[in-house]
Structures are given as C-alpha cells and as structure tokens.
Design a protein around this ligand. Structure first.
Ligand code: SF4
Length: 357
C-alpha cells in the first residue's frame, strides 16, 4: 500500500525555528497551488493502493475545505475505503465549523500544532497562539467528530524547566487526544533562531534536554500513551499509519514543493520553489537514491521503532558492538529482537550511528 503526502507551503507567519518549506499565504496563490496539486495527482500513475493521505506543511489548515475537498476528490479513485486522512492544523481561532466540514469531506485525523501549554514558552519561540487557544482547538475538533487527534509537543525549549514541562503534559494528557508527537527543538542553520544568540543561550544543554525527553516519555507512558517511535506516542491502536510507512520503508508519494518521496523504486524530492511547482505540468524530481531501502537503511529506520529489528539482521560487526550498549541500558534484547530503550532514544542518532557505523 502507498502513502500520499501533500505539502502545503503556506504559513500565516514564519516561526523563527522552522526550516520547513513555507511562505506567506495569498488567496490567489493558494488556488493556483491547489490546481497544481490536482494536476500532479492525475499525472502520476498512483494506482488504487493509497491507504494514507497526509496534508503537512506549512499550515494545511489555511486552505479552505473546498480546496482540500477538491484534492481528495481527485485522489478518490486511488484511495482504499478505510484510508487514514490526516491534516495538520494550527490552533488559532475558533474553528468548529471548519472541523465539521473537514469531517464531512473525509478527513479523519487531525495533527494540532499545540507545541506547549505555557504562554511564556509559546511567546519565546514565536508561536502566535496561546495555551487556551490550543486547548479550545482540540476540544472543538473533538466536538466536531474527530476522535483521532494528535498534538505536537516541543521539548528543550528556551527556559523550559522540568516543572513547566510537567504542567504542559498535565494539560495535554487530559485532552481528548489519541497521539502525541514529541520533538526536541533543533537549531537549523539559516533560521532566525540560529542567529538569535540571546535566545540560544536560554536553551537547555544536551544533558538537560535528554532529561526533559525522558521525563516526557515516562509521563506520557504513565498517562497511557505508549512510545512506538523515537518521537511518537499513541493510545493503543492509534499509531500514525502514515508515519509508520516512513520507518517501515513502504512507498509514499510526496506532492508539493519540498516534498519527499520513496515511490516507484526511487527516492526523490521536489525543489523548494512554489513558483516552479506551480509552473510545471508535473513537479520536478531531484533524485536522491535510485535503489532505496537497502538492508542498512531498513535497519537504521527500524531502530527508530520501539519494536526494533531482528537481531539476526545485524551484521557481525554490529553484533560485536551490542554488549556495551546493552550493558549501558541504551539497547535491550527482547527474544530475537534488538530495540533502543527510552534512554537510547534520548541519544538515538549516536546509538544508531555507533551500532551501524
Ligand atoms: S513551525 Fe509550522 S506554523 Fe511555524 S512556520 Fe513552520 S510550518 Fe509554519
């Protein structure tokens, strides 16, 4: 089965830490963009095996439900009856009518960019919404019929203390949600944050960031959200089917400027230019890998999952590196499988690099 990712490259305001491809929203441009997405949906031979659609961005909730509906209508012949259809939205404004209309056109999962429930921290990282708006957004979505809602939670924010994180998780876990994506703030080159020495000086150091991450893991698990991937937590049965495709090396097609794909045996990305995307009859593709998903890549992606990988799939060299990682508690052995522990996930790049490098 295939995943379909639609990258919506518009944001009301650019957040200072954000490296995703997005620019200002303009009504006429958004309509031209939607037409280009529709053109691409018909230009690709997608088949009829799409079981997940993910509108990411950017801020997909800036599009009207008529625009999202026209994209879904075009994709309909490719979709399986039980497709998971996710839309990312930002928690600004009262949007009950919008959410009800989204349900009517078939969107059945929302990913809400709550990030934190501390107004102080939201302001510090340049978010335009308040904690109350985040709460009201989730409650309005639930009241509109969304029973599968994910919230984003950012960790290692400037001035984020253990007490502030505990407060935020307390609010988060009492909301009617099924999934949490918890990310450590990354300082990406070229962003406004990377130039802001005063704010960077207020970010936790690596050890504190790892402690905040471990605090989030145990608080979320205690509230019934099982960790199934480095950054992903879900109530039973609510793991993101779309995101699991990335880690299972299953095919997905990304449409839109900056979108990535692993489709038809190739890994490629679309140039980060809205104008070029809208002008082309079919989006340009920059080839990244003509033979993706080899054994090494499957291991690397599989180790991001709590389920881990079969020990037998590791090379002899990797097997020789296991004992110290097991002893230090970064990795655990479950029957014939090897998986990172929460402690290992806190430094996952280093552990996976050490094991497979
Ligand atoms: S973090 Fe989200 S809302 Fe902020 S600029 Fe990036 S994509 Fe837009």
């Amino acid at each position: 089965m295939t995943g379909l990712y639609i990258h919506v490259p518009f944001c009301a305001v650019k957040c200072p830490y954000c490296d995703f491809y997005s620019g200002p929203y303009r009504r006429e441009t958004a309509q031209r963009y939607v037409e280009a997405v529709i053109r691409n949906l018909t230009a690709y031979r997608i088949g009829d095996t799409v079981d997940t659609v993910y509108f990411g961005g950017g801020t997909p909730s800036l599009l009207s439900t008529a625009q999202i509906g026209s994209i879904l209508e075009t994709a309909a012949p490719c979709l399986s009856g039980d497709a998971e259809i996710t839309l990312e939205c930002n928690p600004t404004g009262e949007r009950g009518d919008y959410f009800r209309a989204l349900r009517r056109i078939g969107v059945n999962r929302l990913s809400v960019g709550t990030q934190s429930f501390s107004d102080k921290l939201l302001r510090l990282i340049g978010r335009r919404h308040t904690a109350q708006q985040g709460i009201r957004c989730v409650e309005a979505a639930f009241a509109a019929g969304f029973e599968n809602i994910s919230c984003d939670l950012m960790l290692a924010l400037p001035q984020q203390s253990s007490a502030l994180l505990a407060e935020t998780i307390g609010v988060l876990t009492h909301l009617p949600i099924t999934h949490v994506s918890a990310y450590l703030l990354q300082v990406e080159e070229g962003t406004d944050l990377s130039q802001d020495a005063a704010l960077l000086a207020q970010c936790p150091d690596e050890d504190t960031a790892a402690a905040l991450y471990l605090q989030a893991v145990s608080a979320l698990e205690a509230a019934g959200f099982a960790q199934y991937e480095v950054s992903s937590f879900a109530r039973p049965g609510y793991e993101s089917r779309h995101n699991l495709k990335y880690w299972h090396c299953e095919p997905y097609l990304g449409i839109g400027p900056g979108a990535h794909s692993c489709f038809a045996g190739r890994r490629f990305c679309v140039p980060r230019s809205l104008e070029r995307f809208m002008a082309a009859p079919r989006q340009e593709e920059e080839l990244l890998d003509s033979a993706p998903c080899d054994a090494q890549e499957r291991l690397m992606l599989g180790l991001r999952l709590r389920y881990g990988v079969a020990e037998g799939a590791l090379s002899d060299a990797a097997k020789r590196k296991l004992p110290p990682l097991l002893k230090a508690g970064y990795i655990e052995r479950r029957e014939d499988r090897i998986a990172l522990t929460a402690r290992g996930f806190a430094v996952s790049n280093a552990v996976i690099g050490m094991l497979l490098g």
